[in-house]
Design a protein around this ligand. Sequence first.
Ligand code: AMP
Length: 389
Amino acid sequence: MTYKTLKDFDLNGKTVLLRADLNVPVQDGKVTDTTRIDRVKPTIDYLRTQNCKVIILSHYGRPKGQENAEFSLSFLPPVLRDQWGVLVGFGTDSTEDIKLLENLRFNAGEEANDLEYAKTLASLGDIFVNDAFSAAHRAHASTQKITELMPSCAGLSMEAELIALTNALEAPKKPVVAIVGGAKISTKLSVLNNLVKKVDYLVLGGGMANTFLFAKGAPVGLSLCEKDMKEECLSIEQKAKDAGCEIILPVDRIAILEFKANADHEVIGIDTIADDQESVDIGPETIKNIEGILEQAKTVLWNGPMGVFEMKPFDNGTNALAKKVATLTKSGSLLSVAGGGDTVSALDNAGAVEDFSYISTAGGAFLEWIEGKELPGVIALQNAKAKAA
Ligand code: AMP
């Protein structure tokens, strides 16, 4: 994959349009997680060393093409200043060298990928830098159309994400293990269908493993299970066989009668479960099995928890595997990439986030990547490079 990066341009004194994803979580007026802000800091720091003026473009929430005070980004400059250690103005009229524009989605042209709106944005700067991988699955004016109008490249955070995902899925060191958990198979059919073609082992946990076990004839009691997905499971299994990918299912599970934290629980096998029991986590034999596979692996891609990690102690399976991956990564034997949906909070709960090689904070874009889809924002950078060459 080739695209231009910051190092390909003489940026000195230029005005850079920086697409960031500052669609941060806010509760009672406070930003509750600054990860997305922190990820842009290396690019901001680099642009400052090049004496650039920076105009930051971002969306925030879903105002649907209308101005709406509820979705204004005006609260953010002081937070950016605190996180980045630099003054940030708001709007084009502000005097600071770094300014944040109002929510792009106040203009209907943004989501419509409108040429005229993209021209308006492009007229504000000399070079476009996209540092918002998490918005790259959308073909919007500030992620796609604008790249047709001006020199364009990836920012440092975008570059890091593309390198990590390429190393995990496009050109990985083998054996490659994908660990996929979470609630439902129906939301991850495309993910599973793509992964079986690319990985050596597909480890399944969470609610979706119940569905697979059911498809193969195991009883599931009251466990979360999509019984109408039986044919899809069998088809994925066949595709895996054809592609030489081994699907690893639980061999034991943790069953409860009452769905609550610290509920009485027991380890049960795959062949039996009481009608009123439900399975909420993988069992100790399963953990041991998967740990053995991880010890042989060179690359791990992880999406979704192995059990109901929000309720203790049913985060045990997720925690044990997360710690194993973290330890192997730290020892240098494994490249590990995780992301999508609840994965980051599940790994955070396990205390393992720091030791993974790369954690993606891009929900939808990460999933679309592992579904094998082309992301318009990434293709746009590649095309911009081709045009410039
Ligand atoms: P997803 O967004 O598809 O990755 O699903 C994440 C959710 O799956 C979490 O809220 C977990 O509590 C839930 N989950 C994982 N394992 C199970 C299970 N065995 N039974 C019910 N829910 C589960």
